[in-house]
Design a protein. Structure first.
Length: 191
């Protein structure tokens, strides 16, 4: 019998996640540049992000043109560069306030570490952007797929943590719940 798919979440009907999705408005513009191999990966967390944060933009490819200037603040690249501003490090209040006002939008590279380094190499303009990193994110729950070193967080968890830090109105909880439902599905399939 042919598999039927949910027209909204695009998953097989048996795995439809729609009942678990709590939509939120993204507090800042978010642009995800996704490597084509990652776009085909069944365990990518970006489809979950698109369901829960419908206003994020996802571009698939290897070479991208820089996005239009924002009306307020700059685009920041979420990347653990040595010069990156650690969003979890306590800085004095005024500096923190100025920085937050300046973070007008977030750019995220989605792929393995190897592929995200390749995207940086192919798009030198990304190197001109201020970088944001984090150091105190809650432990990852996406055990079905480990990053290099076993510690990397999924794209969904990384973005949830940063948006939680940036905006008092954003809640990471619905996204984390959605991820845990997805993890349970994968575990059930492989048992
Ligand atoms: Zn669905």
């Amino acid at each position: 019998m042919a598999r039927t798919y949910c027209s909204h979440c695009q998953l097989p009907n048996l795995s439809c996640l729609c009942a678990h999705v709590v939509e939120q408005t993204c507090p800042v513009p978010v642009l995800i540049y996704q490597h084509p191999l990652e776009a085909k990966h069944a365990k990518s967390t970006v489809p979950l992000l698109r369901l829960a944060l419908p206003d994020i933009q996802v571009d698939v490819g290897e070479v991208f043109t820089s996005p239009p200037l924002l009306s307020q603040g700059d685009w920041w690249l979420l990347y653990p560069d040595a010069q990156a501003l650690d969003i979890d490090k306590p800085v004095d209040k005024q500096a923190a306030h100025l920085t937050q006002a300046n973070i007008g939008g977030l750019i995220i590279l989605d792929g393995t570490w190897r592929k995200t380094r390749l995207l940086l190499h192919l798009n030198p303009w990304l190197r001109q952007l201020p970088c944001l990193s984090f150091s105190q994110a809650p432990p990852g729950a996406y055990h079905i797929r480990k990053g290099p070193g076993g510690q990397a967080l999924s794209t969904l968890e990384s973005l949830s943590h940063v948006l939680d830090r940036l905006s008092p109105t954003f809640s990471p909880t619905p996204l984390r719940k959605l991820l845990s439902v997805r993890v349970k599905q994968f575990v059930a399939y492989t048992d």
